[in-house]
Write a protein that binds this ligand. Structure first.
Ligand code: UDP
Length: 137
């Protein structure tokens, strides 16, 4: 089941110099390919589209502010079961609950600054690829 997923390495990952480490974990999974990669600072409009489902929640405004606080690395990753697979590499949203060995479990503490976003379903992946890489839709 070949899929594609949209991954963001969040501003904390870029600031802390962890993008190489995280990309390396993704690259080492057999058969997965990075098919797009870009460093960019996200504007409000892009963030509103991306995190629209969370609008109105107490964490939304600080999340958007954090996500605009510095550049992110946006990637498309393609491969066998890559949607579930990158979510497994990332670990659960709360880094303290995330197992050691996962990206969030190894490097994160704060829920908001949890290093990585990865699409959670095929529908989300297609929607998010369109937001970040409209030419690849
Ligand atoms: N988030 C937060 N506080 C919360 C829940 C989520 O700051 O109580 C942030 C966190 O950065 C998370 C993002 O909002 O990654 C999106 O939340 P979601 O529930 O979609 O988690 P994810 O799919 O990223 O694990």
């Amino acid at each position: 089941m070949t899929q594609r997923t949209l991954v963001l390495l969040k501003p904390d990952a870029v600031r802390r110099g962890l993008t190489g480490e995280i990309i390396s974990r993704i690259e080492r999974k057999a058969g997965w390919q990075i098919t797009a990669l870009e460093l960019r600072t996200l504007d409000q409009d892009t963030l509103e589209q991306h995190y629209g489902e969370h609008k109105g929640k107490p964490f939304y405004e600080p999340l958007v502010e954090f996500m605009a606080s510095g550049p992110v690395v946006a990637l498309i990753v393609e491969g066998e079961r890559v949607i579930e697979g990158v979510r497994q590499l990332a670990g659960p949203t709360d880094p303290i609950a995330a197992a050691p060995g996962s990206i969030r479990g190894d490097f994160g503490v704060i829920v908001r600054e949890n290093l990585i976003h990865a699409s959670d379903s095929e529908e989300s992946a297609e929607r998010e690829v369109k937001i970040f890489f409209p030419g690849r839709a």
